[in-house]
Design a protein around this ligand. Sequence first.
Ligand code: DAH
Length: 377
Amino acid sequence: MQCFILLFTHMSDGIPELPAYDDAALEKAFAALETQAREAAAGLAGEAALEAFRLEWLGRKQGRLKGLSDRWLKAAPATAKKALGLRFNALKAVVEQLLDSALGASPSDAGLKAEAIDITLAGTRRLTGAEHPITRTMNEIVSVFAALGYSVGVGPEVETDFYNFESMNFPPGHPARDTQDTLVVANQERKPLRDRLLLRTHTSPVQMRTMEQQPPPVRIVIPGKVHRNDAADATHSPIFHQVEGLCVDTGITFSDLKGTLDHAMKALFGSAVKTRFFPSFFPFTEPSADVQISCIFCGGKGCRKCKQSGWIELLGCGMVDPAVFAFAAEKQPAYDPKKISGFAFGMGVERIAMMKYGISEIGSLYAGDMRFLNQFA
Ligand code: DAH
């Protein structure tokens, strides 16, 4: 029984008996096989058909070439082995080549085609990302204060009238509100004024949010985006960024404010930079000051950039107004202006970035032009 099955398998593998080992017989036998292979390969379509062809001819166990090797090569007398081997290898090369070209040509074989790679093609270059100059400047400012022990806070961009104005000591109807032309959220009229939503015009409201959350001492910087209803020009944008600072503790004085900001400006612009403090007004600080730094372009001699003055105005600051502490004390009684004091400051990030990197148009910071941004990569 077993014998019969073996015989049957041999008969079905499509390999005829080899009548003789002379050149003519070999030529005829191999030519016949090659013709069969070419006919089978012609018009092969689809993954399944290709695989069937591969298995039939090149399959390791049942493939015809394996059968040939077993039945012709191994059985051949030593004198015929070389000639047989050469023809065997030639046939194998033909079959492999047929399979390769069928793989490449098969139109329905999108999967295999997609997997094929052409290693001679140039590679795809992936662009490396980089910090945007605004983010970079903001991080730099924040890290100067982080090194002094300040923590970092954030607050919402859609803010209430209370936090943006009232708690910062801009009472309803106060003319100081007009200094920050405000974008308000529509349809809020039915709410009490203090609850109406607006786009924050400065990062100062986060001073109040911070104090409500924690008793003194506080040392915090708050980087963030702010919005104003301002027309865009070379140096103004209706959306820009600020870094706010707040320090509250016992015995904080104006000298602490001056020392801190003088250090920060030297850290940001170089140790040769000098600072000076000019009287100013902000509702939430008393006294208030504008900080000027000696012109980083001319060293203070006077140039076009500093309008021949030798000084450039850079930020606002002051001692926290007791009226602001009074609002904070509603939630955190420890903000008692008789026991604690503090200073605050706020600076525009774009202005500092433009000075540091010599950018003349604020709009180039928002245009997303890679030729501009690549310079910071
Ligand atoms: N919030 C002010 C503005 O946007 C900037 C500012 C000035 C913030 C003085 C402060 C400060 O904290 O003390 O114009």
